[in-house]
Design a protein around this ligand. Structure first.
Ligand code: GUN
Length: 294
């Protein structure tokens, strides 16, 4: 059986360090502030926004939660972002994805002050990641995956990391992060996706396999080589009448069969999810330091 990588426990370690950094900033008169904007009423997005707000409060950060109706126009949302760009109590701004269809997400991201772009989605931050410039903000889920590997003492240096999925939120930035010429990176990266030939052959050759395709239970035992480390980024809601909420969460990995083959594996929930929020808090503290102490 694979060793279980406990994302909740590792996130707690991150918070111990963060609380110290937050106390230090507060002693200099700075309280890091995060604004999260939710447009519409997607149930999964509502749940994410609620947990981000709660975590801010737990850590003593200033938290602003803006819940806007589904009918919000592009111009209204842009005006909100611009106001938050100018708000000196706010150091991080996140617009929860996906927004309703009338919203052009790419334009909203470009309107963010890149120094407050705690999602790391602004072109300036993506460029800094590609360039290896450490002053940029790196997307939260890729940072969380890297931190899970580091804290679990999994050697990234020289390993073949295969990433399933090429999204701008996870796959692409994770590839850039793990291939960097630096400590805790230096991996050989392969990105596979829905159009890849011989997908199974490639995933089987991975030392570290990271699934981020948003398809429940996609990765089966035959996708995984003996002794691989498997990181499951997927959070899919499957209808389940037996569950109180009417659904249960499953990852992109068929956990039971893959756990029989892998050396280590993350559960869903309790793996990457808690780390993503921890890295959002970390990015907010980093942004607050960079903006207010500049
Ligand atoms: N929706 C799913 N993941 C994310 C994320 O990391 N950031 C934002 N803004 N929306 C998301």
């Amino acid at each position: 059986m694979a060793k279980l990588i406990d994302g909740r426990a590792i996130a707690e370690k991150v918070y111990v360090d963060l609380r110290r950094e937050i106390a230090e900033l507060k002693s200099k008169g700075v309280t890091p502030g995060l604004a999260v904007i939710l447009v519409g009423d997607n149930p999964a997005s509502r749940a994410y926004v609620r947990s981000k707000d709660k975590m801010c409060r737990d850590l003593g950060l200033h938290s602003v939660k803006l819940e806007l109706p589904t009918s919000t126009t592009q111009a209204e949302l842009l005006a909100r972002v611009k106001a938050l760009n100018l708000d000196s109590a706010i150091h991080g701004i996140l617009v929860q994805s996906p927004p309703p269809k009338q919203i052009d997400e790419a334009l909203i991201v470009r309107a963010l002050d890149p120094r407050k772009d705690v999602d790391g989605f602004h072109p300036e931050n993506i460029a800094k990641l590609a360039l290896g410039d450490p002053t940029g903000l790196v997307p939260c889920t890729p940072l969380g995956v890297q931190r899970l590997l580091i804290e679990s003492k999994i050697d990234i240096d020289g390993a073949h990391a295969v990433i399933l999925g090429r999204s701008m939120i996870v796959g692409k930035p994770l590839a850039l992060l793990l291939m960097q010429k630096s400590k805790n990176a230096n991996a050989t990266i392969t990105v596979v996706h829905s159009r890849s030939r011989d997908l199974e052959k490639i995933t089987r050759s991975a030392d570290i396999l990271i699934a981020a395709i948003g398809q429940p239970n996609f990765v089966k035992a035959e996708h995984v080589g003996d002794g691989a480390v498997v990181i499951d980024v997927g959070i899919n809601r499957l209808e389940d009448a037996a569950s109180e909420r009417g659904y249960r969460l499953v990852g992109d990995v068929a956990f039971d069969e893959v756990a029989g083959k892998a050396a280590a594996i993350t559960p869903v929930p309790g793996g990457v999810g808690p780390m993503t929020i921890a890295m959002l808090m970390s990015n907010t503290v980093k942004a607050a330091g960079a903006i207010s102490l500049a």
